[in-house]
Design a protein around this ligand. Structure first.
Ligand SMILES: NC(=O)c1ccc[n+]([C@@H]2O[C@H](COP(=O)([O-])OP(=O)(O)OC[C@H]3O[C@@H](n4cnc5c(N)ncnc54)[C@H](O)[C@@H]3O)[C@@H](O)[C@H]2O)c1
Length: 315
């Protein structure tokens, strides 16, 4: 199969493209290398892919480029590109979130509709569509009430995918990822920051009391969900959680076992942060055969090893 992977230079897009190549597919990757974090990190994410004969890269901007030629030879689209990050989505930067998350998705959907031969369009949605829910675990039918501007844009794009599916029969699958981690994780994400601080002997800054919980999902499980979404017949919206729901305090204790002493400094809770996330993955299990495989200790150890290597520390 020839696949288009948007956001291919990012954390999840690069892992997904590598797996697709391993499985024998051809991948056209698209990324405009936004400056949200260092370009050298994204180039590092692509290093293995660039040597693959079945991989090619376009630096097109999904919000402005003519997308039809990009799609013309592809049968499956994995739409991972977005402006990520909850906390920076307030204020003036919202315009960028609208552009890269909503407008880019709408343009991609239009191009996919015009193409007429797309077998599947898999969209990287987010647990942020649920917002600060009291009622956990979150089911696909739970109320969506985003708690951040970022969540609003992810839900808007998901709604667009559903609209194009219902009106035009475009086979879209939206996977609501719950906090993804593992080697390559974005440097703004909590585990990345915590691990970097511990390895450098610095203080870990935690916003709030640390009793907030997250359903942490290892990146290879998210990748597997995408592969199943391509191969199976299911369409619609599915939660993709890791089955490793713990509080940040518990995660920090585990990190202490794996990486060394953790010194915590507490800060104020941040606007946009939710208290708990927890995925009910029964629908994904039934429709996509999705079963998370990597437990938190194993996944966190892999991320610690990766960050240690990046910092030049032997482990
Ligand atoms: N990482 C998580 O925990 C998580 C959780 C829920 C949902 N998601 C979603 O998964 C997807 C991937 O997340 P990630 O953590 O790998 O983020 P990332 O920032 O590492 O990757 C996103 C990539 O998209 C590219 N991009 C953005 N706008 C573009 C545009 N207009 N045209 C072309 N390329 C563009 C960026 O340059 C970046 O390389 C995103 O859609 C994100 O919203 C991630």
């Amino acid at each position: 199969m020839r696949c288009l992977v948007t956001g291919v230079a990012g954390f999840i897009g690069a892992h997904l493209a590598e797996r697709l190549i391993e499985l024998g597919h051809e991948v056209l990757g698209v990324d405009r290398f936004t400056d949200y974090y260092g370009r050298e990190i994204k180039e590092g994410n692509l290093a293995r892919l660039l040597g693959e004969p079945r991989f090619s890269l376009s630096t097109a901007d999904l919000a402005t480029a003519d997308l039809r030629p990009l799609l013309s030879t592809c049968e499956v689209i994995f739409h991972q590109a977005a402006q990520a990050g909850v906390r920076p989505s307030w204020g003036q930067s919202f315009e960028g979130y609208l552009r890269d998350n909503v407008l880019a998705t709408q343009r991609l959907l239009e191009a996919a509709r015009a193409h007429g031969q797309v077998r599947k369009l898999v969209y990287a949605s987010s647990s942020s569509v649920y917002g600060d829910a009291d009622d956990v675990p979150m089911h696909e039918s739970s109320r969506t009430a985003p708690h951040s501007p970022y969540g609003v844009t992810k839900l808007a794009a998901e709604n667009l995918c559903e609209l194009y599916r219902r009106n035009f029969g475009l086979p879209t699958v939206s996977l609501r990822y719950f906090t993804v981690y593992g080697p390559g994780q974005r440097p703004d994400m909590a585990f990345h920051r915590f691990i970097a601080a511990v390895l450098k002997g610095e203080t870990v800054r935690v916003h709030g009391d640390g009793e907030q919980t997250r359903d942490f999902t290892y990146v290879s499980d998210v990748v597997q969900a995408n592969v199943e979404a391509m191969e199976g017949g299911a369409v619609g919206v599915f939660n993709i959680g890791g089955g490793s729901r713990v509080s940040l305090n518990e995660a920090l204790r585990l990190l202490g076992d794996l990486a060394g002493p953790v010194r915590v400094e507490r800060g104020e809770p941040q606007a946009g942060d939710v208290r708990h996330t927890w995925a009910d993955t029964a629908a994904a299990r039934a429709a996509l055969r999705y079963v998370p495989r990597v437990p938190l200790r194993e996944g966190l150890a892999a991320q610690v090893a990766w960050q240690s290597r990046r910092l030049g520390l032997a482990r």
